[in-house]
Write a protein of this length. Structure first.
Length: 186
């Protein structure tokens, strides 16, 4: 007798597998100097609901309606991939893109907790984060999983200490439905 696989259940399982492959893409993405300070996490189930509630709460606190809109996208998504970076680590290039004359001045400034994230961040670490995000969404796209990089998810994830070592986090919600839920958001 042949087993029967339910379409919706198998699709949700496949999205979780796609999220795992996205983590590999983020991990193997090129990093400045070969130093890997990128951090990743998959969020689903009850933890995803915590993320939704935190996004709604932040939206009310800040009076920004787009937090509620993005929270609805997260609610309607199966899984969220978080990608963060330890950005307050200095690369040692003395480029000044962080706003300081040297990496030594950058390091001596210490961490500053902002409204959304922790700074200052080394530009090369932020670039590493961007490249890791690009690699992750490329993988999702290749697997035909709808996705969108979202700043506001990262704000909520940081407040919930989902990746406590990260100074900067962005989120990628994943969905597979008959219509891309991230396309014509209102």
């Amino acid at each position: 007798m042949c087993p029967i696989l339910k379409g919706r259940e198998e699709e949700e399982e496949a999205i979780l597998e796609a999220a795992k492959l996205m983590l590999i893409s983020a991990r193997t993405a090129p990093k400045s100097g070969g130093i890997d300070d990128v951090l990743t996490l998959i969020v689903y189930g009850e933890e995803k609901e915590l993320l939704v509630r935190e996004m709604e709460k932040i939206g009310k606190e800040k009076g920004i309606t787009n937090f509620k809109r993005d929270a609805k996208n997260v609610q309607d998504s199966h899984v969220v991939v978080l990608v963060g970076v330890k950005g307050t680590k200095s690369f040692g290039l003395n480029c000044g893109a962080c706003g300081y004359k040297s990496c030594e001045k950058f390091k001596s400034a210490g961490e500053i907790i902002g409204q959304d994230f922790i700074g200052p961040n080394c530009i090369l670490k932020v670039l590493d984060l961007g490249i890791a995000l690009g690699s992750a969404v490329k993988t999702a796209s290749m697997l035909n999983v709808d996705n969108r990089v979202m700043y506001r998810i990262g704000v909520a994830a940081r407040r919930l200490k989902m990746i406590p070592e990260a100074t900067l986090i962005l989120g990628i919600p994943l969905s597979a439905t008959g219509k891309n839920i991230y396309f014509d958001r209102k």
